[in-house]
Design a protein around this ligand. Structure first.
Ligand SMILES: *Cc1c(COP(=O)(O)O)cnc(C)c1O
Length: 400
C-alpha cells in the first residue's frame, strides 16, 4: 500500500488516539537500522519504545520465534508450558525474585501486581488496600493503572477512577512518609520515570522508600516496565541502587518485540495467589514465553549488560557535551545506561526536533515536558552515537 493511501485508510478506519503520526512506514530493519517504504535508511534510537533490545531481525530471536510458531503457538494454561517454566526460572534468577506470572502487556502486569498486593493483606485479615504512587508517573492505560498514573491529563476523561491511589511528588521521601495511613498496602514507584521525562529516583529516595516499606510493613512495587530488562546496565534498575522491591513488573523488552509482560515477587508475597485468584488466556503462551526465554537467556549468558553500561556511559557523556555546547537550547540531560534524555529549552518544541531528526534519518522519542528521549537498542555502536551527536548539533546550529 502506498504511503498516501495508508495514511488515508488509517485516518478513516483507525481510532484517532495517535493523532497525526509521523508520515513514515518502516518496512524492514537490521541491527540498529530501519528502512521505510521509500527505501530511506534510519538509525534507531527508540527501539519501539524500549522494546527491541537486540535491534531488528536478530537472527537468534527470529529463529526462536519461527521454530516455536512451527511447533506450537498456544494451548491454554490448563496444561504445562515448557518455555513458560523456563522463562520464569530465568526471570527469577536475574531479578532476585522467587515467582513469576506472565501477562500480555505492561498495564496487565501492573494490574496483577496491584491485585497480588491486595490479596496479600486480605489473607492477613488486614484492611490495607491503598497505594501511594508518584506524580508524573506512568503505569498504563487500563482503569486501575490509569488511576495509579500520576498525570491528570491522562485521567481527566475517565472519572470515576479506581479509588485508593494517592499521588505524592517524586523524590520527596517525607511526602511519601506523610501519605502512609492504616490502609496503605504499598508504594508503587518507577526507579527511573520514563514517560514522565526520564527522571531517575535519587538513591536516598529509592532506599528511603524501601526502608519506609520495611518500617511500616508495606509492599514496595517497582514498575520496571521501561527501566528493567537491563536498559540501565543492571537487569533491574533497582539493582543499580542496591534496592530489592517486593514486587516488580516488566514488559516492553521482555519479548524482544513479541508482546509479553510479567510481574514477579518474593515467595512470602507470591504465596498469596492461590488457584483461580488470577489468570490469563494468552498470558505466558508458548510463542511469547519462547521469545522471553531467548531474551532472558541471552541477557544471562552474554556480556550484553556490560555493553549497555559502557555504551550508556559513552552516550551520556556525548549528551552532556551537547548540553555544554548549546547551553541556550538545551537545559540539561538525565538518564542512566541506555535510557537517556535531553531537556530542550522551552521555545524548541520536542515534536519539531523529532521531525527534523527523522528527516535526517534518526528515530528518537519524546517524553514529559519538553524532552527528547533516547532508548536505543543495546547493540547501538559508538559511531552511531557520534552520528546522532553531529546531527543534533547541526540542527541546533541551524535553528539557533
Ligand atoms: C509502557 C509502560 C507501561 C504500560 O505498558 P503497556 O505495555 O503499554 O501496557 C507501564 N509502566 C511503565 C513505566 C511503562 O513505561
Amino acid at each position: 500500500m502506498e504511503l498516501k493511501k495508508l495514511i488515508q485508510t488509517d485516518r478513516q478506519y483507525y481510532m484517532n488516539v495517535f493523532g497525526d503520526r509521523f508520515p513514515v512506514e518502516f518496512v524492514r530493519g537490521k541491527g540498529a537500522y530501519l528502512w521505510d517504504s521509500t527505501g530511506k535508511k534510519y538509525c534507531d534510537f527508540l527501539a519501539g519504545i524500549a522494546v527491541n533490545l537486540f535491534g531488528y531481525s536478530d537472527s537468534g530471536l527470529v529463529q526462536t520465534i519461527q521454530n516455536q510458531a512451527a511447533n506450537m503457538l498456544h494451548t491454554s494454561n490448563y496444561f504445562y508450558v515448557a518455555p513458560q517454566a523456563k522463562a520464569a526460572k530465568l526471570l527469577c534468577k536475574l531479578s532476585g525474585m522467587d515467582k513469576v506470572f506472565f501477562s500480555n502487556s505492561g498495564a496487565e502486569a501492573m494490574e496483577g501486581a496491584i491485585k497480588l498486593a491486595r490479596k496479600y493483606f486480605y489473607d492477613k485479615g488486614q484492611e490495607k488496600y491503598e497505594f501511594i504512587t508518584m506524580k508524573q508517573s506512568f503505569h498504563g492505560r487500563t482503569l486501575a493503572t490509569l488511576s495509579a498514573t500520576g498525570q491528570q491529563h491522562f485521567q481527566a476523561p475517565y472519572h470515576p477512577l479506581v479509588p485508593a491511589f494517592i499521588h505524592v511528588p517524586f523524590n520527596d521521601l517525607s511526602a511519601a512518609r506523610d501519605a502512609v495511613t492504616k490502609k496503605t498496602a504499598g508504594i508503587i514507584v518507577e526507579p527511573i520515570q520514563g514517560e514522565g521525562g526520564v527522571v531517575p529516583a535519587t538513591s536516598e529516595f529509592l532506599q528511603g522508600i524501601r526502608d519506609l516499606c520495611d518500617e511500616k510493613g508495606l509492599l514496595m512495587i517497582a514498575d520496571e516496565i521501561q527501566s528493567g530488562m537491563g536498559r540501565t546496565g543492571t537487569f533491574l534498575a533497582c539493582q543499580g541502587y542496591g534496592v530489592q522491591p517486593d514486587i516488580v513488573t516488566l514488559a516492553k523488552a521482555l519479548g524482544g518485540g513479541i508482546p509479553i509482560g510479567a510481574f514477579a515477587a518474593k515467595d512470602s508475597v507470591a504465596q498469596a495467589f492461590a488457584p483461580s485468584d488470577h489468570g490469563s488466556t494468552f498470558g505466558g503462551n508458548h510463542l511469547a514465553t519462547a521469545a522471553a526465554e531467548y531474551v532472558l537467556t541471552r541477557i544471562d549468558q552474554s556480556d550484553i549488560l556490560n555493553r549497555v553500561q559502557q555504551t550508556g556511559a559513552y552516550f551520556q557523556s556525548s549528551l552532556e557535551k551537547l548540553a555544554d555546547q548549546f547551553p541556550g537550547q538545551i537545559s540539561g540531560t538525565r538518564g542512566k545506561g541506555l535510557m537517556q534524555s535531553l531537556q530542550l529549552n522551552g521555545d524548541i518544541p520536542a515534536k519539531k526536533m523529532l521531525g527534523k531528526l527523522l528527516d535526517r534519518g534518526f528515530v528518537v522519542g519524546s517524553a514529559g515536558g519538553n524532552s527528547l528521549r533516547f532508548l536505543p537498542p543495546y547493540i547501538v555502536a559508538e559511531d552511531q552515537i557520534d552520528a546522532l551527536y553531529t546531527c543534533i548539533a547541526d540542527i541546533l546550529k541551524e535553528i539557533g
